[in-house]
Design a protein around this ligand. Structure first.
Ligand code: 2AM
Length: 178
């Protein structure tokens, strides 16, 4: 893709202890684990945007990066694709704070006239992705209620297709206050 246009999303990045917790959660052997440094929770998916709008958005992140509470896991599930499971995800317990953050981000996107995917927001952290022809060989959902999930950063990422799946690169970030 042209350097002036990138596939982007805004996500929360877990702190180091949370990354360790997430990397210890089970996923089917056939699925490819998301590398620990790439684990994230997408709050807004933008699709392809210009570098110029991305730059403006990067500057705006600190205006929405308010302190967040500790979140809790609820369970691990498979999310389906058209013909077979697509993802193994950790689903978080419902949180008003996450929906409030998504609303603040939506307002910034509207102000910058940036599009936002209007799929319902289902807060989750993808742990693993299935190859195209795989079936789910392990029993899920697994309840993993109550594990602490903390985020320390809100960031704008670009997503680039690589040989073994997408790679995410941080374009701009704002630290979340304690
Ligand atoms: P996923 O892990 O559930 O696939 C980069 O692709 C990030 O944006 C991933 O977290 C991915 O979620 C999410 N994402 C990809 N396409 C999306 C879309 N159309 N709407 C919302 N989120 C999307």
């Amino acid at each position: 893709m042209d350097d002036d246009w990138q596939r982007c999303f805004i996500a929360l990045a877990p702190d180091a202890a949370t990354r360790e917790t997430l990397s210890g959660l089970p996923s089917p052997p056939v699925a490819r684990r998301v590398p620990v440094d790439q684990l994230h929770l997408t709050v807004a998916f933008l699709g392809t945007i210009s570098a110029c709008k991305g730059g403006l958005l990067g500057y705006s992140l600190s205006s929405v990066a308010e302190a967040l509470p500790v979140f809790r896991t609820e369970r691990i599930e498979h999310w389906p694709g058209p013909a077979h499971p697509r993802l193994t995800v950790a689903v978080l317990a419902k949180s008003d704070a996450l929906f409030a953050l998504a609303a603040r981000i939506r307002a910034v996107l509207e102000a910058l006239e940036l599009p936002m995917d209007d799929r319902a927001f289902r807060p989750h952290i993808t742990l693993a992705r299935f190859p195209r022809d795989a079936s789910a060989l392990c029993e899920l959902p697994v309840p993993v209620a109550g594990l602490s999930i903390r985020f320390d950063t809100l960031a704008l990422y670009s997503s680039t297709l690589a040989r073994h799946g997408a790679r995410y690169s941080e374009l701009a970030s704002a630290a979340l206050p304690d």
